[in-house]
Design a protein around this ligand. Sequence first.
Ligand SMILES: [Zn+2]
Length: 457
Amino acid sequence: MSYLVFARKWRPQTFSEVIAQEHVTKTLRNAIEKERLGHAYLFTGPRGVGKTTTARILAKALNCINGPTPDPCMQCEACRRIAAGSHLDVLEIDGASNRGIDEIRDLREKARYAAAEGGYKIYIIDEVHMLTREAFNALLKILEEPPDKVIFIFATTEPRKVPATILSRCQRFDFRRIPSSVMAEYIREEAGKEKISIDSDALSLVCRASGGSMRDALSIMDQLVSFSGREIKGEAVSRLLGLVEADLLAEISSAVLHSRGSVALDLIQDALVRGYSTEELIAALVGFLRNLLLSAAGAEKGITDLSDSEIALLHQTVAGVSDVHVLNVLRLVAGASGQIRSGASPRISLEAALITASKLGIAFGIESLPPVTEKVAVAAVDSLKENSNSSSVTEVPDKRKSTDDDETPVEMPVVAEPSVNGKNDAVDDAPGDNEKERENSYVRKISGLFDMIPENR
Ligand SMILES: [Zn+2]
């Protein structure tokens, strides 16, 4: 195939093609229709969400032979040359490599001359926050007395680094990350036009890995097509991005939850042979167990960006297992990652955590404990957001004896307090009044637990 990277090939050419930024494109269209154009625009937002693309579309809208028009014709000389990046009056400047005062003074001189082709003279300055203080001062002088028919469009990922004096002279537009569902639909559609098929697991992995940046998603697509041709499957994405496959995570979790520690260790051994690192496995396992916990607690609203088949896999793995049991296993595995950070051997920490976790159900009869309610699970996730700096990290103690005998009580911090203190009878004794207190205790415990979980993407 004649090769043009997707990010260029699929670049939106008109306002209506820009995805997920309607709040910006609608306002710009209105301004053009009502002839209320500013002299300077600031486009802010994460990388790869359409800032420069929208700047070029605005340039076309202004300089099209029919312009200013919200719907540039795409056929005229001006439209075609702006799309190709060769229009004399539409200048794209990279703020990172032209950050000094000399470049901006030069720009100021040239901005005084009328547009060579009669329309608007448009300066698109990318990464404008990189300019030096002196350069910003020089720029400010132009913005204070802008020449007629000169328009500046500044793009930045870091608006806080742009001086207030500049900000106050710009119309600001905040671009947003592209939601996974919108991105997935777009990629599926565009890929379809190229006769590329992509299954829903692959699509959800690509969207998740992109972090909401279309440019990143499309560059992953480029790699996938060179890697696996026109039929893209979830597995290929996992391999390309070095992700641990969900099936493997499900098998390990299931083995641990059903007290088959040796099976879990064999799976870990296989995964290490296949090239995963222990740290990758732990991070992926913690992420998977977190989703399992939310699923078990009936709080799936907290699970985002998973495909239907991944959700089905969660259901299948957690069937017949109590949420409290998942919670304790998660706690142990997350504890292993804490131990590694403080210098313990990764492999030993992981193996010890899995073995201990697989003995947990038997040792404490945990599955009989009251469930973590949806309310509690959601509160825990919320408090994680508010409280991400909390220091309530609970370390798993090291004094783990080798316990070949399932009956040997292991001294472990267990989440539900009643069972630890009073073994079995405490649970029966707890009437409705203690319900609230127990929930609160869960919230505290789960919050502490979530603090230990490293960001897994
Ligand atoms: Zn045109």
